[in-house]
Design a protein around this ligand. Structure first.
Ligand SMILES: [Zn+2]
Length: 432
């Protein structure tokens, strides 16, 4: 990660360049056409299809060739011959959940601080851990993650995404951001002697260099461009600078996700036309009205607020125990009042992977009806992330990313923590 490239390294690279042909673009090799298992018929107590608030009782769902072939009352469906039945008594079948804000290359801060992870952990160690994180998140019912920054681990998310796509490791489908963009000297690690060059947790850029850095990250595999619009001290980029990134990303068909926790940062990001604002706990009525008008979605990341206080030993669980969570909760309520689109994102990584379901519980505790929290993690998230042609609902033709949870999450949101079945593209990863 160091920017100081040594002379021997340069020579080695020159030799490599001389002997090896020019690299082709980093396209993952096409997966060999694996034969999908025979059709599967899922027979749950009820189906939450990701859209309708009221679950459907007595529905079955047929999965064929990795896709949802049919969904409806058992009597109305033609069950393919030789199909395998999976009985899911007492369970609700629903679309695999989407976490719109994860960090698969971070592990919980009570094991190692963010700074120690960024500065002291070898890249291979971080990648090895990430493979466990991906499995844990998948088995917890998250079949899609939007992973918002490797925090010093370079482009490792691009390789992890390929490993999942090629079936080398189990994991959710990934939309990745690579390094993310910060304004020069506004991120971390910080506080060192000014003459030292300390590797940062994201890539620095400003003014015109934003154009090059955004293009560079997209070229290296970013599905989404993440920019830090502010830090705890206030706005870091101007709205015009963020606009440059939005423009470059739009040309490449990529959305921009803006980290913003302060009012000025949120205003700049919303005015620049980003797709989503992450965290947003400093928002007020005016900011959220602007977001609603401009169609900017909010990813409230309540769980990280609860977890950070707990890791630092300052705070406990729930709104009563955590002033940080209380503030984020108030902001979410304000956003709901203004009609802002809410997507589910937990910021998992700093707290244990596999615990992302906590976010839905906290959204409901903040006042969102359970079906709305479920939609924020399924159909609404899919629409905002522009993957609703593939996932986010139980609808014939979509990929069979399906989970079954014990109980009825539309009435008891804690059911999303009781995942018993996980199918990704029809392949079972967890069965009751
Ligand atoms: Zn984050």
């Amino acid at each position: 990660m160091s920017r100081n490239v040594s002379v021997p390294l340069v020579l080695t690279l020159a030799v490599l360049v001389a002997f090896y042909p020019a690299p082709s673009p980093a396209q993952p090799p096409r997966r060999s056409p694996t034969s999908h298992p025979p059709a599967v018929v899922l027979r749950p107590a009820r189906v939450f299809d990701g859209v309708a608030a009221e679950p459907r009782v007595g529905w079955v769902v047929v999965v064929e060739d990795g896709k949802i072939a049919a969904a409806g009352p058992a009597a109305d469906l033609k069950i393919p011959e030789g199909a395998r039945s999976i009985e899911l008594p007492g369970m609700t079948l629903m679309p695999g959940m989407i976490d719109c804000h994860s960090h698969v290359l971070l592990h919980q801060y009570d094991e190692a601080s963010w700074e120690d992870q960024v500065l002291k952990e070898p890249l291979a160690l971080r990648v090895a851990r990430a493979t466990n994180h991906l499995r844990a998140d998948l088995l917890a019912g998250f079949t899609t993650l939007r992973d918002l920054g490797t925090e010093g681990a370079g482009y490792a998310d691009v390789g992890l995404k390929q490993a999942v796509e090629q079936g080398i490791i189990p994991g959710p489908r990934l939309l990745v951001a690579t390094r993310a963009i910060v304004a020069t000297r506004t991120y971390a690690p910080s506080g060192f002697a000014p003459e030292l060059q300390i590797p940062q947790g994201a890539e620095e850029a400003d003014g015109e260099s934003l154009r090059r850095v955004a293009r560079d990250q997209i070229g290296r595999g970013a599905d989404v461009v993440k920019i830090y619009a502010d830090n705890a001290q206030g706005a870091t980029f101007s709205a015009d600078e963020i606009k440059v990134v939005v423009e470059v990303a739009r040309l490449a068909g990529r959305p921009v996700a803006a980290h913003a926790t302060t009012r000025p940062g949120m205003l700049n990001a919303a005015n620049a036309g980003v797709a989503t604002i992450e965290h947003g706990d400093g928002g007020d009525a005016e900011v959220f009205q602007l977001m609603a008008r401009r169609g900017v979605a909010l990813c409230p990341t309540l769980t990280i607020n609860e977890a950070l206080g707990r890791v630092r030993g300052e705070e406990g669980n729930g709104v009563a125990g955590s002033p940080r969570l209380a503030k984020a909760t108030l902001a979410l309520r304000e956003a709901l009042k203004a009609g802002v689109t809410i997507i589910n994102g937990s910021d998992v990584g700093p707290f244990r992977h596999g615990e992302g379901g906590r976010e839905l519980q906290l959204m409901v505790e903040a006042g969102m009806p359970a079906p709305d929290a479920l939609r924020a993690a399924t159909s609404v998230a899919a629409r905002v992330l522009k993957v609703d042609d593939k996932v986010g609902a139980i609808k014939p033709g979509l990929l069979a990313d399906l989970i079954a949870v014990e109980g009825d999450p539309t009435r008891d949101i804690a059911a999303v923590r009781r995942v018993r079945l996980v199918l990704k593209e029809g392949t079972p990863h967890r069965e009751p």
